[in-house]
Structure formats: C-alpha cells, structure tokens
Design a protein around this ligand. Structure first.
Ligand code: GRF
Length: 192
C-alpha cells in the first residue's frame, strides 16, 4: 500500500447499501490528523440507502450505481475511481457481490467489514446463527475482498461475549460498536 508523504491522505471510496453507521464513523476518523485517509466518494447501489445523507452532511460526493455484475458497470465504476484517484475501497454494508473482474482490476485494494469472527459465519444472519449454535463469542472482522465471499485475508478482528439473554438485535448492537473501533484501525494498519 502507498506510503503517505507529509499531510497527504489516501483517498477512499466507501460502498454502502444501508444505514451507513460505519461510513459515518470512518468519515469522523478521517478528520483526525493521525488517520492517513480521506473519504472522498460514497457509492451506493440504491438511492434508498440512509447512509447517503452523510454525503450532504459532510460535503462528500456520492454516486448511485445500480450494481450488476457486468463489464460495462465495472468499467464505469473503475473510470469514476481512477478519475478521483481513489486508492482504496471500503465496503461497509454493501449488499452486492462485486464481480471477479472488478476485484481483479482493483486487486488488494478492496476491504470489507463483516459482523462475525471469520472464518465462522460467512454470509447473512450471522448473529442469529451464532446464538442458535450456542457460541460463547461473536464479533467482527475486517478483511481483504477476494472473489470468494467473506474469505480474504483478515486484517483485524474483535470479539464480544454472547450473554445468556442475547438476541440477534442486542448482539448486532454490541458488535457494531466494535466494528466502529476496528474499521478505522484496520485501514490505518494497512496504510502504515
Ligand atoms: C454492519 O454490521 C457490517 O458489518 C455489515 O453490514 C452492517 C452495515 O452497517 N457488513 P452500517 O450500514 O455501517 O450501519
């Protein structure tokens, strides 16, 4: 990953589909001097994503792109990223699976946050499955994105204890707090 020289910050695009609490959190961290990145683009696959409001709030450019796995769309996004000198993509609740071609073209520069202790519980409904399996711990992972779902190299993880009365909703809240700690830290780690 490119090293930082002086006050220059690496430009990041965050891909979202929903609430955008991780996006909001990353933007906040990006404003700190010792966090070497800048969120300069928000991409959503739907105009309904609540997180798009952070575009207006912080004056960050947004693009709504109905993502589908095809070369045309890949080309369109890659052009947008290149033009803005985006060096890293952070997926944060992005509910689409990127094409193999796209991942290859942006190799090693796409990361994701996943609400489980990978390699356990890839995919959806992670919290419910962890509770049903009577796991003692749950957590979250930041990892590189490869063409195999939720399987790339892990950058950082954080675990939380599952309490006796835990529900998927309470666990999601607990884990999200940890997500907000490890995502900025993971970016810092790979950029340093
Ligand atoms: C997070 O739990 C993240 O781990 C998962 O989707 C959720 C997104 O939440 N991939 P938010 O939109 O960042 O609030």
């Amino acid at each position: 990953m490119e090293k930082l020289i002086g006050p220059k910050k690496i430009k990041i695009a965050v891909f979202i589909s929903g609430k955008g609490s991780n996006l909001n959190n990353l933007i906040k961290f990006s404003k700190l001097k010792n966090y070497p990145f800048l969120i300069s683009l928000i991409i959503s696959n739907t105009k309904k994503a609540e997180g798009l409001r952070f575009s207006k709030k912080y004056g960050i450019e947004k693009k709504i792109i109905k993502y589908e796995k095809n070369l045309q769309i890949d080309k369109k996004i890659l052009k947008i990223l290149k033009k803005r000198n985006i060096k890293l993509i952070c997926l944060a609740g992005f509910m689409k699976i990127l094409s193999k071609n796209f991942i290859k073209k942006f190799q090693g520069k796409i990361i994701n946050i996943h609400p489980s202790l990978l390699p356990k519980y890839k995919g959806l409904n992670t919290h419910l499955r962890a509770i049903q399996n009577k796991e003692k711990y749950a957590g979250c992972s930041v990892h590189y994105v490869t063409s195999k779902l939720d399987s790339g190299k892990i950058i950082l993880q954080k675990k939380v204890k599952i309490s006796k009365k835990e529900t998927d909703v309470s666990l999601a809240k607990k884990v999200l707090k940890k997500e907000h700690l490890i995502y900025p830290a993971a970016i810092k780690k790979i950029l340093n």
